[in-house]
Design a binder for this molecule. Structure first.
Ligand SMILES: [Zn+2]
Length: 182
């Protein structure tokens, strides 16, 4: 069932045929922008195309819901590296309409884990570790509010310099239309 062998075969040909040559760029984003967006498959190619982002233009960080669940988690860490190491000066938080994280219930996800034979003790061990697992897995109720909360976490973060500007948006996953949030 796995596609891994197919992927490896494709990759071998890709490298042999030097198909990588059209992708050559540097690790520094030429537009000095970092985007935090959702991992939704509909956005993978649509978002860069709709915003005229070409290969090498931006840093893009994606996760489920374009959310920052912790001010000292991996998203903020990536932002800090993008700013201090890679020259980013503007941050765009781009949520989207019809996001799967809207109204996602942490309890429901835990029920699915249980159905996949994750023992109750494992869930309890996470709680014992001081992680509020339900809250951690919960999505959001209001897309606009969630994006603006994330914008504010970045703006008010003690390690983000004042000259970095942060903006919030929602994108339509069908048309690519971008709405700016205030
Ligand atoms: Zn989404």
């Amino acid at each position: 069932m796995s596609l891994i062998n197919e992927i490896l075969e494709f990759n071998k040909n890709f490298v042999e045929n030097k198909e990588y040559e059209t992708f050559n760029t540097t690790r520094f984003p030429s537009k000095r922008i970092a985007v935090l967006s959702c991992m939704d498959t509909r956005l993978t190619e649509l978002l860069p195309a709709a915003l005229n982002f070409k290969n090498g233009d931006i840093k893009i960080i994606t996760n489920a819901g374009a959310m920052i669940t912790h001010p000292y988690g991996s998203v903020m860490r990536s932002m800090l590296v993008a700013i201090y190491e890679l020259g980013v000066r503007e941050i765009m938080v781009i949520g989207h309409y019809g996001c799967g994280m809207k109204n996602l219930d942490g309890c429901e996800l835990i029920r699915k884990m249980r159905a996949h034979n994750i023992p109750k003790e494992n869930i309890e061990a996470v709680l014992a570790d001081g992680v509020d697992i339900h809250k951690w897995l919960d999505g959001f109720e209001d897309s606009e509010k969630s994006v603006m909360e994330t914008v504010n976490v970045i703006k008010n973060h003690p390690l983000i310099p004042a000259e970095v500007e942060v903006f919030g948006f929602l994108i339509d996953p069908h048309t690519g239309k971008l709405d700016r949030l205030e």
